[in-house]
Design a protein around this ligand. Structure first.
Ligand code: IPD
Length: 276
């Protein structure tokens, strides 16, 4: 069992946010500047439709090199490489391209996500400290630091408060495995008639930031990896969202539900009713 270390001071946390922002923006510039007309799949992961591109690897490599130089004592948990252990009790949780399928097809929603957490790098136990999500195509950057709020390109963001679940716009996503998708489709059939509409934009990190920014009312997804949710989840919480799982559990791979307090609780109840 890992014990939670004492947390960095507010000013150290603020510096971590600045670093997360600059790393996400530098990596985003690499993705933006080097997208070939035809992107090729370099490998697949959990299924034949779960791709890795050369750019995923190049960006992860860049982030790892920068972190090794700037924060050599911290651990790294990244989507595309081996875990790096550290001695500081802090872990960088990075997703070089969240929304790889969109990147592959040239659909606009994909992002670089960089976060730092204290304690076990497990969403059930970690304490997110700072994070940044850089949306590559439009160049927008959201950042947050623990107990210091969230911003979009430097301006504070706040979740919106929908009047009811029935008038809420809900983001979600689907996993890469057929069996998981069949189950997600079953749950979606229960949710869709009871909300304003559904958006499946293809990047969980951006979805969570859009929620923080008041452009989605709610978000839920089963199967998120730590790097999909680390930065975006902190941005959402710092913008006033509640982030949880079902049945009183924290947000984890099992289920992540986010939104303003009243509506989030209603969506949790709806998903529990659906046996999600
Ligand atoms: C995926 C995206 C997608 C979500 C999937 C994730 P990736 O991340 O965030 O929106 O629905 O669950 O795996 O594979 O593009 O990094």
């Amino acid at each position: 069992m890992t014990t939670t270390p004492s947390l960095p001071s507010a000013s150290e946390t603020s510096d971590l946010r600045t670093l997360a922002r600059s790393l996400a923006m530098e990596a985003g510039a690499l993705v933006r500047g080097s997208r070939p007309d035809e992107v090729e799949v370099a490998a697949t992961k959990s299924s034949a439709v779960d791709p890795v591109t050369a750019m995923d690897r190049a960006v992860e490599d860049l982030l790892r090199r920068r972190l090794a130089a700037r924060r050599p004592d911290d651990a790294i948990l990244g989507e595309e490489g081996d875990d790096v252990t550290g001695t500081s009790g802090l872990t960088w949780v990075i997703d070089p391209i969240d929304g790889t399928v969109n990147y592959l097809y040239g659909v606009a929603s994909y992002a670089v996500s960089v976060a730092i957490v204290a304690g076990d790098p497990d969403p059930a136990r970690w304490t997110p400290l700072a994070g940044a999500v850089h949306s590559v195509v439009d160049g927008v950057t959201w950042t947050a630091a623990r107990e210091q709020g969230a911003d979009r390109d430097g301006l504070p963001v706040q979740v919106r408060r929908a009047d009811s679940l029935a008038t809420s716009l809900v983001g979600t996503g689907f996993g890469y495995e057929a069996e998981r998708r069949a189950e997600q489709a079953r749950v979606l059939r229960h949710v869709l008639p009871r909300v304003r509409d559904i958006r499946r934009l293809g990047s969980a990190a951006i979805d969570l930031c859009l929620l923080a920014d008041g452009r989605l009312d709610l978000y839920y997804e089963r199967g998120l990896n730590p790097w999909d949710m680390a930065a975006g989840g902190l941005v959402a919480v710092e913008a006033g969202a509640v982030l949880s799982g079902l049945d009183g559990a924290p947000a984890t791979r099992r289920m992540t539900v986010a939104g303003s307090p009243d509506r989030q609780a209603e969506l949790v109840a709806l998903l529990e009713e659906a046996g999600a």
